[in-house]
Design a protein around this ligand. Structure first.
Ligand code: COS
Length: 385
């Protein structure tokens, strides 16, 4: 299947690549070591409109379709996968859910600021005891006077420390239905807990959030009470495609470093790129990258509404894209380290960072075991059903 990109999409991708070349690539290595990215990076992205890719034009965004959005994400991840992760969480689950289910008051209040990069979004679903089994979450709310009181702990919240808007999921009492809420640090008092020390994507901040009887007024409920789990699952479909694009950006960076190094490194009187062992690795890298990208764009088209009755559901396609692209990223980065040999194992060569970054894509936004579960439910039904 070939994908036709419009002139406009090509221009947008070129702009994203130029940004990545100028603002991300030169710093990615240093940010990894410092565990900190340029604090202005999201407002710089906002100036280009890239924080509002999934925000409707009516609310100050660019209103991109999924394919255009994913083209940009891949470029950002090619430059720095931690920055791309922040943009993916902000844009997919957060601005996406708000644009779809927010009241006009909620949208007017937050969407323009999210689109400009003035505030960054975070998504709080996972908990210490509820990762893959998201439906087992224990953060709860109870009615308190005219409003609600919220208590619990959320874990692995990307952008959580600096977020100006957290989309959070909590159930009523111990076993009630799950609802979605908008937490705003200007209106709600909660604690930002410890920052995790991660294997890769070190510049991206992942924190715990603690809520102790936080009082929520009516404006905090997102959408229909009790419909939150379905919103989370819907948001994760787009979120998983964002991770697929992020993984492909990492793969491409690893491939390009390996290819360039193979052209320059001489051993036994020949360039590495002249050895069949290296050529086959490079050939397989490009093949896996092309396959991952094709699946990602098919899933994007399906989620954007194009229908093929013989194809898989959009959710299964998104899971396939995330599974394929993340495994391609780990494999490609690993082979890139191998081509660099002893240098590849050294901290200050980028392929080592890319391998650590790639591993995350197999885990977050649903582990690859959950991706297989989602795909299997569609192809062979529920186990035991
Ligand atoms: N869109 C809308 N609704 C959906 C849905 C989807 N894609 N998938 C499921 N739902 C709804 C179901 O219809 C069901 O609704 P009712 O309660 O009204 O019957 C509800 O959600 C529960 O669905 P299901 O029984 O399939 O839930 P499970 O507990 O079996 O869990 C998995 C499903 C495992 C797929 C889910 O928990 C999951 O994706 N886990 C991984 C979580 C994850 O990706 N976390 C990443 C970190 S984000 S911080």
């Amino acid at each position: 299947m070939s994908f036709h990109l419009t002139e406009e999409q090509l221009e947008i991708r070129a702009l994203a690549r130029e940004f990545a070349e100028g603002e991300l690539c030169p710093h990615a290595q240093e940010w990894d070591v410092r565990r900190e990215m340029d604090p202005e990076i999201f407002s710089k992205l906002g100036d280009l409109g890239f924080m509002g890719m999934r925000v409707p034009e009516s609310h100050g965004g660019l209103g991109f379709d999924l394919t255009t959005y994913l083209l940009v994400l891949e470029e950002l991840a090619w430059g720095d996968a931690g920055v791309a992760l922040g943009v993916a969480i902000h844009s997919g689950p957060v601005t996406g859910l708000l644009a779809e289910y927010g009241t006009s008051e909620q949208k007017d209040r937050y969407l323009p600021r999210l689109a400009s990069g003035e505030i960054v979004g975070a998504f709080a679903l996972s908990e210490p005891e509820a990762g893959s089994d998201a439906g087992a979450l224990a953060t709860s709310w109870r009615r308190a006077g005219e409003g609600r009181a919220l208590t619990g702990t959320k874990k692995w919240v990307t952008n959580g420390a600096r977020s100006g808007l957290v989309v959070l999921f909590a159930r009523e009492g111990r076993d009630g239905r799950i609802s979605a809420f908008l937490l705003d640090p200007d209106l709600h008092t909660y604690q930002v807990g410890k920052r995790e020390i991660t294997m890769g994507l070190s510049a991206s901040e992942t924190v715990e959030l603690h809520f102790d009887e936080v009082s929520l007024d009516h404006g905090a409920l997102l959408g229909v009470e009790g419909a939150g789990f379905a919103y989370a699952m819907e948001a994760l479909e787009i979120g998983r495609l964002g991770i697929a694009a992020q993984a492909t950006g990492i793969s491409r960076a690893a491939y390009e470093h390996a290819r360039d190094y193979a052209e320059e490194r001489v051993q036994f009187g020949r360039k590495l790129s002249e050895f069949q062992a290296t050529r086959f690795k490079l050939a397989e890298m490009t093949t896996r990258i092309a396959g991952a990208r094709a699946l990602t764009f098919s899933a994007a088209a399906a989620l954007d509404g194009s229908t093929d009755p013989e194809s898989h559901s959009p959710g299964a396609l998104a899971a396939m894209a995330k599974l394929t692209a993340s495994e391609a990223a780990v494999w490609t980065a690993d082979e890139a380290v191998q081509i660099f040999g002893g240098y590849g194992y050294m901290r200050h060569y980028p392929v080592e960072r890319l391998l650590r970054d790639a591993k995350g894509t197999e885990i977050y936004e649903g582990t690859n075991e959950i991706m297989r579960l989602v795909i299997a439910r569609e192809s062979v039904g529920r186990a035991g059903a």
